[in-house]
Design a protein around this ligand. Structure first.
Ligand code: 5GP
Length: 343
């Protein structure tokens, strides 16, 4: 047994320190970026925010709105190949897991639809099997941009890039519908994971995507400030019309469901009553979120908040934000956003 004594931080443990700036307005800030990838020779331009590949959010209607905003969606791995033909293949990832059936589904889908962006997703990407799947997909889809994860440490980020990933997805345990920290006692404070993995990836000309645990636009700004190239969220995009779920009314208030991909609800929905098998515990939970209307309003607010952060530190482009970021450590209690009702 060993204890790592270094302090590791979450988004709530820091704030971004303001800096002298020549920017006059938030309107002067450019959030769009252009990326080149270490393996695929494609280039991508847009606002590097990705909707997580989860049931209640990664829908075809969400993909349409996000594409209009030049942002991305990792489509749900349960989406049919036919449905994938309805979305723009330059802004949406085709998502697979690491089962043989997932790979077969990708091959079948590639016959129907153009697939340029592939997300290989597993709760634990530290296994040899995961690395083999990344290599297999890279060998067979040399032109595709591959995003793979999740991991939280530099050495595994490097291993996935060397195996063929262009973007490594970072995050074990921070998700709002995630119970891994509680159930398994495993995880890594997300801000530190992003800082350390970005450093490792950039050394190999790879990219990272900070996945989960973002509660506000300020957290997105912190993730980009920490070095994330892309940021992925589920909960920020949940609770909107585009979830394609039925609104639930309780005490004359409206709610929409949001549940973890390995919650009992998701497992039952996709694998049936005994899908969980008797050796697995749920590492996801089910939440009811207040209904928030169309997602466009949330997107506008979110981008406005990130622009504001850029203005405070004098970053004219999102690309400059991490260079201009100094984090200060703060008392977590003071910084936590209180979720209580405001009147
Ligand atoms: P959120 O935006 O809700 O904070 O985080 C979304 C992320 O949580 C997803 O992209 C995914 O990485 C993670 N996630 C989604 N469902 C589950 C789950 O059931 N268990 C765990 N451990 N993580 C999940």
């Amino acid at each position: 047994m060993r204890i790592d004594q270094d302090i590791k931080l979450d988004y709530d443990d820091v704030l971004i320190r303001p800096k002298r700036s020549t920017l006059r307005s938030r309107g002067d800030v450019t959030l769009a970026r252009e990326f080149r990838f270490p393996h695929s020779n494609k280039t991508w331009q847009g606002v590097p925010i990705i909707v997580a590949n989860m049931d209640a959010i990664a829908t075809v209607s969400m993909a349409k709105i996000m594409t209009q905003n030049k942002m991305m969606v990792a489509m749900s791995k349960y989406l049919s190949p036919e449905d994938f033909t309805k979305v723009d293949s330059n802004y949406n990832f085709f998502t697979i897991g690491i089962r043989d059936e997932d790979y077969e589904k990708l091959s079948a889908a590639a016959n129907h639809a153009e697939i340029n962006y592939i997300c290989i997703d597993a709760a634990n990407a530290y296994t040899e099997r995961f690395v083999e799947v990344v290599k297999q997909v890279r060998d067979n889809y040399p032109e595709a941009v591959i995003m793979a994860g999740n991991v939280v440490t530099g050495e595994m980020t490097e291993e996935l890039i060397l195996a063929g990933a262009d973007i490594v997805k970072i995050g074990v345990g921070p998700g709002s519908a995630c119970l891994t920290r509680r159930v398994a006692g495993v995880g890594y404070p997300q801000l530190s994971a992003v800082i350390e993995c970005a450093d490792a990836a950039h050394g190999l000309k790879g990219l990272i995507c900070a996945d989960g645990g973002l509660k506000s636009s300020g957290d997105f700004a912190k993730a980009f400030g920490a070095g994330a190239d892309f940021v992925m969220s589920g909960s920020m995009f949940a609770g909107h019309d585009e979830s394609e779920m039925k609104i639930i009314e309780r005490n004359s208030k409206k709610y929409l469901p949001y549940y973890g991909s390995s919650s009992d609800k998701a497992i039952k929905k996709h694998y049936g009553e005994d899908g969980k098998k008797n050796y697995r515990a749920s590492e996801g939970r089910e939440l009811l979120l207040e209904y928030k209307g169309p997602v466009q309003h949330t997107i506008t607010e979110l981008l406005g908040g990130i622009r504001s952060a850029c203005t405070y530190v004098g970053a004219e482009k999102l690309k400059e934000l991490s260079k201009r970021t100094t984090f200060i450590r703060v008392n977590r209690q003071l910084n936590t956003i209180h979720q209580g009702k405001e009147e």
